[in-house]
Design a protein around this ligand. Structure first.
Ligand code: ATP
Ligand code: MG
Ligand code: MG
Ligand code: MG
Length: 531
């Protein structure tokens, strides 16, 4: 590709709204452009990376026996009403009406749609197991779209769904998908870690998240420094037993937490010595919102994943999937919520029995001490069980001829988020640094001075001879060398071939983007050097 003709607008400065490296660099290097909050275009370079990530995902999933299909992004509201998620999902689900006034949703996920698709088709145990997947655009009206592609409102997801006649079949598919995800993220050159996660919101059983380790990650992982134990802190928190502290420091230590689940809202009442000190009300779909009402008569405080002082009882309530209340520096109350599925047991721990996990704690599996790290959730695997097939009546006939709800698993990868995570992990102050597996082009061929006939002739010749075997981006622009090098660093292709003053001797410079090493190479040896 000749850069003089290429649609690759680069920027010298960081866009004002970009807080993190990957967002800044992907915009500056001309990979993406924002069209509205959380909504992006992928420019030619960005689209190339996206396609390469998709290729890696497709290859591994196909190898694991999954079959690709494509479902609609527009889904009839009736399907979401069947499972109750039309109400439960809340404002994150984007809704629209057709010209006849019929309601639809823009797919935030596809459990309902795929269950309705297979319920008429998979009718016998003989057709099972089956795993289907798609790579498609998803819509979620996130409360806080941010960090570029990391949290978009329109984003690309690979979602897979598996269907089974027994729990054993589901176990096997789950294990295989887990292994396949590890292969995918390894091929993509990511530093990642699978962690045990909380299955509350989707109403399933076992689930693990795949976390790309990164300081900009919105999730915290608690892992053991000397074993395989690793959990999302939301999960790890409820694993650890409370060691009772000195009563003196716990003026509110005696009390209880009561909880009720009333459709989409649940309420936690904290009592101290029979007196209520706080009521926490939580809407299922508002993932980060907790309303805290202090019963001593004052305002409702809205907590959005932040700490807020409840002055009236000199404490703090931290709102997240698990809630803890701290008074005078000590934890006085905590609960973990599970939502959406009203049949689930709420796991509410009395606060005397619960303590939040901390770095340096011994842990949960008896090995080593706990370390914290930040992670970006790039994928998740779930054993869904029969939650969706039961409510939607998707049944198969078992060997005995008995009708049973299909047993399901579901597996997601944030494709566009993964692109940003790779960029986040592979960049320096000068720009991006693409790993080979996903780089938009392998070689950046740069002519220092296109007006010099020796240089431009040799460059043209090299471009023609290299481009069959290598993906080459050819900077044939009439720009100053400084501009070209800056852009090349920013774009971050793995190998750079610079045609400069020694063109007349048939010598070029080859430079690696990752190590910065450079060597002079006679053009006859160039092909082998680039292998
Ligand atoms: P998060 O906790 O970050 O909101 P999630 O748990 O809601 O993600 P899932 O429903 O598990 O997301 O979707 C599967 C994958 O889709 C996630 O693991 C993530 O990689 C990706 N994903 C989810 N929401 C977004 C988003 N708003 N923008 C980009 N990718 C996303
Ligand atoms: Mg989410
Ligand atoms: Mg999540
Ligand atoms: Mg998830």
């Amino acid at each position: 590709m000749k850069q003089s003709k290429y649609f690759n607008p680069t920027l010298r400065d960081n866009p004002a709204d970009a807080e993190i490296k990957s967002h800044q660099l992907l915009v500056r290097a001309g990979f993406i452009r924002q069209n509205a909050s959380g909504i992006y275009s992928y420019l030619p370079l960005g689209k190339k990376v996206l396609s390469k990530i998709e290729q890696v995902i497709r290859k591994e999933l196909d190898e694991a026996g999954a079959q690709e299909l494509l479902m609609p992004a527009i889904q009839p509201a009736e399907l979401w009403q069947e499972t109750g998620r039309w109400d439960v999902y809340g404002p994150e689900l984007m809704r629209l009406k057709d010209r006849h006034g019929r309601p639809f949703a823009l797919g935030a996920t596809h459990e309902e749609l795929i269950t309705s698709l297979v319920r008429d088709e998979l009718s016998s145990y003989k057709q099972l197991p089956v795993t289907l997947y798609q790579i498609q655009t998803k819509y979620r009206d996130e409360r806080r779209p941010r960090f570029g592609l990391l949290r978009g409102r329109e984003f690309i997801m690979k979602d897979a769904y598996s269907f089974h006649s027994s729990e054993e079949q589901l176990d096997d598919a789950y294990k295989l998908m887990h292994k396949t995800y590890s292969k995918i993220f390894t091929s993509l050159g990511l530093d990642f870690r699978p962690v045990v996660a909380d299955s509350g919101a989707i109403g399933g059983k076992d689930t693990e998240e795949f976390m790309a380790l990164s300081s900009v990650g919105e999730d915290t992982i608690a892992y053991s420094d000397s074993s395989d134990y690793a959990a999302n802190i939301e999960m790890a928190e409820v694993h650890v037993q409370y060691e009772k502290s000195d009563e003196e420091e716990l003026p509110f230590a005696k009390g209880e937490v009561e909880t009720s689940l009333d459709h989409q809202i649940h309420t936690t009442v904290m009592k101290v010595e029979d007196e209520m000190i706080a009521v926490l009300v939580r809407g299922d779909h508002e993932l980060n919102e907790i309303k805290v009402k202090n019963l001593y008569g004052t305002n409702m405080v809205e907590v959005q994943n932040e700490e807020v002082d409840l002055k009236e009882f000199k404490g703090t309530v931290i709102a997240d999937t698990a809630v803890k209340a701290i008074a005078n520096g000590s934890i006085i109350g905590a609960y973990a919520y599970h939502n959406v599925n009203p049949d689930r047991d709420l796991s509410i721990e009395r606060y005397e029995d619960l303590r939040f996990i901390q770095e340096g704690d011994p842990s949960p599996d008896g090995n080593g001490t706990i370390v914290f790290a930040e992670g970006i959730e790039i994928g998740q695997v779930f054993k869904l069980g029969q939650t969706y097939s039961e409510t939607m009546g998707a049944k198969f006939l078992d060997e005995g001829g008995k009708a049973q709800p299909l047993i399901m698993g579901c597996y997601g990868i944030g494709v566009s988020r993964t692109l940003a995570a790779i960029a986040e992990q592979n960049a320096d102050d000068n720009g991006l640094r693409w790993p080979l597996a996903v780089t938009p082009y392998h070689v950046h061929l740069i002519t220092i001075n296109v007006k010099d006939a020796d240089q431009s002739d040799l460059s043209d010749r090299l471009y023609d001879s290299l481009k069959d075997e290598h993906d080459v981006l050819y900077d044939d622009r009439k720009e100053r060398a400084g501009v070209k090098f800056k852009d090349a660093d920013l774009i971050g292709l793995p190998l750079r071939v610079v045609v400069g003053k020694k063109a007349n001797e048939g010598i070029v410079e080859v430079k690696r983007r990752d190590t910065g090493e450079s060597i002079e190479v006679p053009v006859d040896n160039l092909n082998s050097t680039l292998q």
